[in-house]
Design a protein around this ligand. Structure first.
Ligand SMILES: Nc1ncnc2c1ncn2[C@@H]1O[C@H](COP(=O)(O)OP(=O)(O)O)[C@@H](O)[C@H]1O
Ligand SMILES: [Mg+2]
Length: 383
């Protein structure tokens, strides 16, 4: 398998089993994220962006339930560079903890309640670092134990050499363990925390580590949150409307920061937003969602130049002018459907000028109708 992609979500279905009925929130979401890319997930409020993010991390809470689908994470074996495909929806809870702490991080919208208001910024970043180290040690020990258990009398010479070499490698990784005594471990983590704050261009990082979240401005809190999320050196960072609450200038600074960080540390990023301006400014690739489905996905330039889904075209009618004002999605006639009783066929058909009989009956599948350009529509637009 190539290592081009770091994640792909396939036909994800999620429902909320409420007293009023079953809310069919996600109805077959598809998305793929290239390694090193920033992908925008865009659509009106209620279209399922946050539920998708939470599903990826298995954070959907009752009455929500992941009904079916796959969330494939393509991990890289640090030793061999080999790609390991993991379906996150099949992992045990403990294994998922390792993914959440180490491989995939999320930054949520509300910087007033995160980071935790009662702890100093430095302590919170240090906690992530320490947890990450402990987890990594546990994981290494587990890997060593697992490899040792495969060595038997019958193991052939080549296999034995191969396995022993791997064990040596993991033991080597363990050789430089963090200080066992908690105090110096904490001190080392604090120094790392300051480094992380420098990485996110936090002004006066030595001071900020000792401050509480309420002592920082919104933009600084958001930087602190990003530092926390990156402290575990994740493969994927998900920002769920992380800049929405910030004013336009600060928002632009944080987005610029994300782009710089992507280049410096090679993390792949998912930016969830309902703001096409943010997409234009930060994303390589876009995934447009409507009422719990992916309606279109392609490179950002392609989407703006040649939208194929009538819903996307509607989103783009008000061409965003960056930095001018907070750009909202333009109004599209009609409203988002009630997802307890979603429209049959294409969920967008009641609002679509191009809808015909088939749109009311048959759900369109996401298909690649131009090179690298995917759309789920019976009557895609032509340019
Ligand atoms: N706890 C819940 N109970 C019932 N429905 C929910 C719950 N959470 C989300 N939903 C439904 O899931 C859909 C998608 O929500 P969400 O992912 O938060 O939208 P977005 O982030 O795109 O604004 C919404 O229609 C909402 O009604
Ligand atoms: Mg949301």
């Amino acid at each position: 398998m190539s290592n081009e992609f770091v994640m792909s979500v396939k036909q994800l279905f999620v429902s909320f089993h409420t007293y009023e009925g079953v809310v069919k929130a996600l109805d077959g979401v598809d998305m793929f994220l290239r390694r090193g890319d920033t992908m925008g997930v865009v659509g009106e409020t209620g279209c399922g962006k946050s539920v998708t993010a939470k599903s990826i991390l298995r954070l959907v809470e009752a009455p929500g339930r992941i009904e079916s689908g796959q969330v494939l994470f393509y991990d890289l074996d640090q030793e061999t560079g080999e790609v390991i495909e993991i379906d996150l929806l099949q992992l045990m809870d403990e294994e998922m903890l390792e993914i959440r702490g180490n491989k995939i991080s999320i930054v949520f919208q509300d910087p007033a309640t995160y980071p935790n208001p009662v702890f100093r910024i430095g302590d919170q970043i240090a906690e992530v670092i320490i947890l990450h180290q402990d987890l990594s040690e546990d994981v290494l020990l587990m890997k060593i134990a697992a490899l040792e258990s495969t060595l038997t009398e019958e193991t052939s010479g080549d296999d034995r050499a191969n396995i022993e070499q791997k064990i040596m490698y993991y033991k080597g990784q363990l050789e430089d363990p963090p200080e066992p005594d908690t105090k110096s471990k904490k001190k080392a983590a604090m120094l790392r925390a300051i480094e992380m704050l420098k990485l996110v261009r936090m002004p006066a990082p030595d001071q900020v580590v000792n401050q509480y979240p309420h002592e920082l401005s919104g933009g600084m809190r958001q930087r602190a949150l990003i530092a926390m999320s990156l402290a575990c050196n994740p493969s994927i960072l998900i920002c769920d409307e992380a800049t929405t609450a910030l004013d336009v200038t600060v928002q632009a600074q944080v987005l610029k920061l994300l782009n710089q960080l992507k280049k410096e540390i090679g993390t792949s990023i998912i930016v969830i937003t309902h703001d096409m301006g943010v997409v234009a400014e930060t994303c390589d690739w876009v995934n447009v969602m409507y009422a719990g489905t992916t309606v279109e996905t392609c490179a950002t330039g392609e989407l703006f130049a040649d939208p194929l889904h009538p819903y996307t075209a509607g989103l783009l009618t008000a061409v965003p002018k960056l930095h001018e004002s907070k750009i909202r999605l333009p109004q599209i006639a009609g409203s988002v459907p009630n997802l307890i009783y979603p429209p049959p066929g294409c969920r967008f058909h009641p609002r679509c000028d191009y809808a015909t009989g088939i749109c009311k009956e048959k759900k369109p599948r996401l298909e690649e109708i131009g090179p690298g350009h995917w759309v789920a529509c019976h009557h895609p637009l032509t340019s």
